[in-house]
Design a protein around this ligand. Structure first.
Ligand SMILES: Cc1cc2nc3c(=O)[nH]c(=O)nc-3n(C[C@H](O)[C@H](O)[C@H](O)COP(=O)(O)OP(=O)(O)OC[C@H]3O[C@@H](n4cnc5c(N)ncnc54)[C@H](O)[C@@H]3O)c2cc1C
Length: 231
C-alpha cells in the first residue's frame, strides 16, 4: 500500500503529528502504525499526567512558548472531548534557605514567562497543605492533571474516522526504513517495511520480495533493535 504519510508511533507525539498533518491537508492519506495493540501504551500512558505550565523554561524561548500553548491546547482538547482535567494547581516547595533563594529566581522567571504564581510563606504553605513541611513555596494555580492515555485513545479514534481502518493501526511493527528517492542530495521518500502481527499477515508477507541482504543493509540498527520485540 502507498500512503502520502506514514507516522510511526502511536504515542502523544505521533498522534499529534498525524492530526496536525491532516488538519493542514485533510485530503492526504495517512497511516499511523504502532507495534503495540493499543495506543499510548508506552511513555504516554505511563507518565505523571501533569499539564505543565512552563514555569522553568528560559523566558522568550521556544520551549516556554510551546509549553504555554501546549497546556492550553491540551485543556481545550480535553474539554472538547469530555476528558476530565483536574486543575488542582502545583506546589513547588523550598525546604531550606538555599532552596528559598532558588525559589526567588523561579518566581521572577514565572512573571517573565507570563505564568501566574502565588508566593507562600511557611505559615501559608502549612495552611494550604498541612501534610507538607517547608520554609516557603510557590503555588501555580493553572497546573492540572489529565489521563494522557485517554487523550491518546481519543486522538486515535479521531484518526481512525479519517482512514476508516482502526484495526490496521496497531500491532504493526516498523521493521525497517529505506530511502527510495533522492534529489539534491536529500532524501525525498522513504519506504517503511511494516510487519503486521495480525492473523492474516506474517513478517515475510510484509517484507515481500526484498532480498535479505538488501534489507539488512538498509535497516537502521536503532530500528532493528526496537523491532526484535514480539518475535
Ligand atoms: C516517569 C515519567 C513521567 C512523566 N511525566 C510527565 C508529565 O507529568 N507530563 C508530561 O507532559 N510529560 C511527562 N513525561 C514525558 C511524556 O510522557 C513523554 O514526553 C511523552 O509521552 C513522549 O511521547 P512519545 O509519543 O514520544 O513516546 P511514547 O508514548 O513512548 O510513544 C512511542 C510509540 O512508538 C511505538 N513504537 C516504538 N517503536 C516502534 C516500531 N518499530 N514500530 C512501530 N511502533 C513503534 C511504541 O509502541 C509507542 O507507542 C513523563 C515521562 C516519564 C518517563
Amino acid at each position: 500500500m502507498r500512503y502520502d504519510y506514514c507516522v510511526v508511533g502511536g504515542g502523544i507525539v505521533g498522534l499529534a503529528t498525524a492530526m496536525a498533518i491532516l488538519d493542514r491537508q485533510p485530503g492526504a492519506s495517512l497511516r499511523l502504525v504502532d507495534k503495540e495493540r493499543s495506543l499510548g501504551a508506552h511513555q504516554t500512558g505511563h507518565n505523571s499526567g501533569v499539564i505543565h505550565s512552563g514555569i522553568y523554561y528560559a523566558p522568550g524561548s521556544l520551549k516556554a512558548r510551546l509549553c504555554r500553548e501546549g497546556a492550553q491546547a491540551t485543556k481545550g482538547f480535553a474539554a472538547d472531548h469530555g476528558i476530565r482535567v483536574d486543575v488542582c494547581g502545583k506546589l513547588l516547595v523550598a525546604t531550606d534557605a538555599a532552596e528559598l533563594t532558588r525559589m526567588d529566581a523561579l518566581y521572577a522567571r514565572s512573571h517573565a514567562n507570563d505564568v501566574e504564581v502565588e508566593r507562600l510563606d511557611a505559615g501559608e504553605l502549612q495552611q494550604r497543605e498541612p501534610n507538607v513541611r517547608g520554609v516557603g513555596a510557590l503555588f501555580v494555580p493553572a497546573t492540572g492533571i489529565v489521563d494522557y492515555g485517554a487523550i491518546a485513545k481519543v486522538m486515535g479514534w479521531k484518526l481512525s474516522l479519517h482512514h476508516r481502518d482502526p484495526n490496521g493501526t496497531t500491532a504493526s511493527d516498523v521493521e525497517a526504513l529505506r530511502a527510495v528517492g533522492y534529489a539534491d542530495g536529500q532524501v525525498q521518500a522513504i519506504t517503511a517495511f511494516i510487519a503486521l502481527r495480525l492473523a492474516f499477515s506474517t513478517i515475510n508477507d510484509a517484507l515481500g520480495a526484498v532480498p535479505d541482504d538488501e534489507l539488512s543493509a538498509s535497516v537502521d540498527p536503532k530500528v532493528r533493535d526496537v523491532v526484535t520485540w514480539g518475535r
